[in-house]
Design a protein around this ligand. Structure first.
Ligand code: GLY
Ligand code: MN
Ligand code: MN
Length: 440
């Protein structure tokens, strides 16, 4: 990720200012960066920055910490980085260092990360609340709690000790839930390219091909656009479509089977999350089409609920209702849909939720309930809508034409002031449209 432009610096600054307003004059926020993770022996996984840290700084180096400490005369934004190191920079790449933290990332003060521990007593003294998520960065948990204990021991004679650690859920994560215009630009790009990747996958699919070949088409489209998969791509043909988190992508594609692809590219940290299910041969069978139309109807009905003020529980209720009525119409369930739902009978075929927040994380942050009740939608939220039906191959008492059919249709939707805007409409989902794409 390149050094932020002036416009990007202003965006990060605005995000920090908002967070500072929420935490108040006597709070302090401490957000560590991600660390590098060993893949095997001396190779690392590709580095992925912690999403909270990235959101606040745009700084893409590991082993750093951002501290937002309101009321300091030297400024509230402290960025602790790895030290500059000639030898390591020759081997591993550039480092901004504390000077770059100030000149390139707009920090009020830059320090090397080793200085943070010694500075903690002075930074925490007199603060009542520490906005820091315990349990995620164990090395910092120990240092912070030890520091608070020390302040408490001397606090009878000196400044008050902080009385609580507050996870970032109620502050930073609520802020991340409502996307800014700058974030939406990046999300739109991730969605556009990911939709194109799915179209490319449809065109590349043929009987006798392999799941990994189709995955390669998708990943190539991502990489040609400075993107990478935002999560493990699922490319599951035939029965594999009924394994919700199938990740091997290793089987051959057979004429007559469906192929379910759940893949989304990540652009500058923001990921899309798209699923399409299409016939390997290019034409849905009668049974496949019948199930597909039920899932598609459920998806459209759910999307229509993504409007400001509507309960965020509605899409799942509406999708579950449509799917259950469809299962009865297809003869896969018997009984009254209301009673079937009351006893969760549809769960045999529909065992996951209908959507989740989307952003820097594929399952993005933000609470689904407030005070125990599903929260209403607000403009600026982005959510996936992804109903499915999965008829496992070994299910007893089912018309054999349906066995092994697994279908999910997933789009990413912006809750706009006027209603839902589907961001991933660039890839076909109507039966006739999918078949037309595959023809040519
Ligand atoms: N691809 C992950 C999900 O759909 O939730
Ligand atoms: Mn998905
Ligand atoms: Mn999803």
């Amino acid at each position: 990720m390149s050094i932020p432009s002036i416009a990007e610096l202003a965006e990060y600054q605005a995000r920090r200012t908002r967070l500072l307003q929420t935490i108040g004059a006597e709070g302090i926020a401490i957000v560590p960066a991600a660390r590098e993770v060993i893949r095997n022996r001396d190779s690392h996984y590709k580095f992925r920055q912690d999403s909270d840290f990235l959101y606040l700084t745009g700084f893409n180096e590991p082993d750093s910490v951002v501290v937002l400490a309101p009321g300091r005369k030297e400024g509230a934004f402290l960025l602790f980085t790895r030290p500059r190191d000639k030898a390591r920079e020759i081997w591993d790449g550039r480092r901004a260092g504390p000077e770059g933290a100030v000149s390139q990332y707009g920090a009020d003060q830059g320090f090397v990360v080793e200085q943070l521990e010694a500075m903690l007593p002075q930074l925490l003294a007199g603060r009542t609340q520490i906005f820091y998520t315990l349990g995620e960065h164990l090395q910092w948990d120990a240092k912070l709690t030890a520091c608070v204990r020390e302040i408490r021991e001397v606090s009878r004679r000196g400044p008050d000790a902080p009385s609580s650690f507050i996870a970032l859920d109620s502050t930073l994560h609520e802020q991340r839930l409502i996307k800014t215009a700058a974030e939406l630009q990046l999300i739109r790009k991730a969605c556009d390219v990911s939709a194109r990747a799915h179209v490319r996958a449809m065109r590349a699919t043929k009987p006798g091909g392999w799941e990994w070949q189709v995955a390669a088409e998708i990943h190539n489209e991502f990489e040609q656009n400075e993107m990478e998969p935002g999560y493990g791509s699922i490319v599951g043909g035939g029965d594999n479509a009924c394994i919700l988190h199938y990740k091997e992508n290793e089987a051959q594609l057979r004429d007559g089977d469906l192929l379910l692809i759940d893949a989304g590219g990540e652009y500058r940290g923001y990921t899309a999350d798209i699923t399409r299910t299409f016939p390997v041969s290019g034409k849905y069978s009668g049974a496949q089409k019948a199930v597909y139309e039920v899932v598609l109807a459920a998806q459209k009905a759910a999307i229509a609920e993504l409007k400001p003020g509507v309960s965020s529980a509605r899409p799942h209720e509406v999708a579950t209702r449509t799917l259950t009525e469809g299962l009865v119409a297809l003869g896969l369930l018997q009984g009254d849909p209301t009673e079937l739902i009351a006893t969760d009978k549809q769960r045999q075929f529909y065992m996951h939720g209908t959507g989740h927040w989307l952003g820097l994380d594929v399952h993005d942050v933000g609470r689904y309930k407030l005070e125990g009740r599903p929260r209403p939608f607000q403009a600026g939220m982005v959510m996936t809508v992804e109903p499915g039906l999965y008829i496992a191959p070994n299910t007893a008492g089912i018309d054999p034409r349906f066995l092994g059919i697994g279908i999910r249709i997933e789009d990413d939707v912006l809750i706009g002031a006027e209603g839902p805007e589907v961001l991933t409409g660039g890839v076909a989902k109507e039966v006739a449209d999918v078949e037309a794409v595959m023809r040519g």
